[in-house]
Design a protein around this ligand. Sequence first.
Ligand SMILES: Cc1cc2nc3c(=O)[nH]c(=O)nc-3n(C[C@H](O)[C@H](O)[C@H](O)COP(=O)(O)OP(=O)(O)OC[C@H]3O[C@@H](n4cnc5c(N)ncnc54)[C@H](O)[C@@H]3O)c2cc1C
Length: 445
Amino acid sequence: MTHHFLVVHPAAHGAWQPRRSWCYTRCPVDSSSISAGLIQIKTGPDKRAMKEIAIVGGGPAGALCGERLASHGFQVTIFDERLAWEKPCGGGLTHKAIKAYPFLLDSSQPKKIVRIAELISGSGHRARFEMSHPIVIYARKVLNGLLLDRAQAAGCHTVCSRVTSVNIDGPQVRLMAGGEERRSDFVVLAAGARNQLLPETVALGAKDLEVTLGYFVPTEEDILKVKFLKEFEGYLWSFPRSDHLSVGICAKMGQSPTHELRRHLDEFVSEEKIPMAGARFFSHMLPSPEAQTIRGRRIVGKNWAMAGDAAACVDPVTGEGLYYALRSGDLLAQALIEGLPQAYPERLRAAFSADLEFASHLARKLFRGNFLGGAITTRMVQLLNCSPAFRDLVRDVFSGSQDYRSLKSRLWDQFGITFLEFARSFFSPSATARATRSAPREPQP
Ligand SMILES: Cc1cc2nc3c(=O)[nH]c(=O)nc-3n(C[C@H](O)[C@H](O)[C@H](O)COP(=O)(O)OP(=O)(O)OC[C@H]3O[C@@H](n4cnc5c(N)ncnc54)[C@H](O)[C@@H]3O)c2cc1C
């Protein structure tokens, strides 16, 4: 059965108009690069059994999944109530995202390439360092637009409409969008952290979520900053973008009342002397999944699957979700192309969710734990200033090239060196000063 979806101009917001093409970013998409950086797939036997796929959510998970499926001949429709929009987000892409999807660096869309990071402890210690690989920071409207443009260039239809219900009980999936019923053979749920469109899935609860508050500030900066607070599961951040800053705070849900988070945020803004004229406030939810959720969450059924935030694919320590959204969308598409949707959770586990599960055990210890009589986060900032070996490790963690499971053995392997370097600098103030001064290197053009 063929369905003719009406596609709307993203700016029309609800006014249904037929449309052939629209460039969200107003930059040409190089369609020869559409498959570049995507996982190489083996074509399975019954990939044609399922032809029409509806995707709810045109964020990174949904858009990349759609692009991938459409470029393998599936008829794909992406439903998003806003399409390309400025979702509250840092917008930071680490090295693993750039390595897997080089078009994110090569695209002509505006982005900021940040090489220097500064960590600030709850007691005010600071350490600056150059990351081993730069972080690429996009405004989310630009990033979503880039991904949706690529999805369209690959053949996806995009529909600017809210999906209000999904019914998977019949021979075909039935969706309600914009007051009309739509049908497909399979539905991908990529609608973000707080969506429960299917009764047989469970929405993420408070224990698996973080609250975030922040500002988009129209000012320029080159350094990425992260500040820890004492006895606090979360952190403050300042992420420079091409023409503004995203400044915010994230905290485990239920840990602190909103007014307290806002106070920490405003103190940070004033300590860092961020000019607030024209700043826009935002607040949003971010998954911070517990190990049990990562391991036990059901993310696939006979004619549906979840990807990205909806599938709790977020690093519980850093809140990084963009890479995991892209990768889960990509892995899901690969499984569908091969006609093996049931293989998706296992592939996700092999690719990264076992590592995220390990990270969820670390998160609480990292933010609340003590080491040598002080908070771990404070010791971390101090060690960064006096141990080159430890600094190398943190540079890799921050740029996303160090996974959590091998972090433990790396820490143990270099514990002796780090401890010696720490002890040497402790007894020799001049060595500390030297190490601190040499920490940030000039960014390379
Ligand atoms: C404040 C904040 C800062 C963050 N900073 C970073 C960072 O710097 N780096 C990083 O890697 N990650 C960061 N993240 C995480 C990152 O934003 C998410 O992990 C990522 O956006 C997930 O992508 P997604 O495609 O799964 O979902 P989303 O990006 O949330 O996309 C879901 C889409 O679904 C649409 N939608 C929802 N419901 C419906 C419906 N019923 N019908 C139709 N459409 C619907 C929405 O409009 C949206 O476009 C941050 C998150 C927050 C909240």
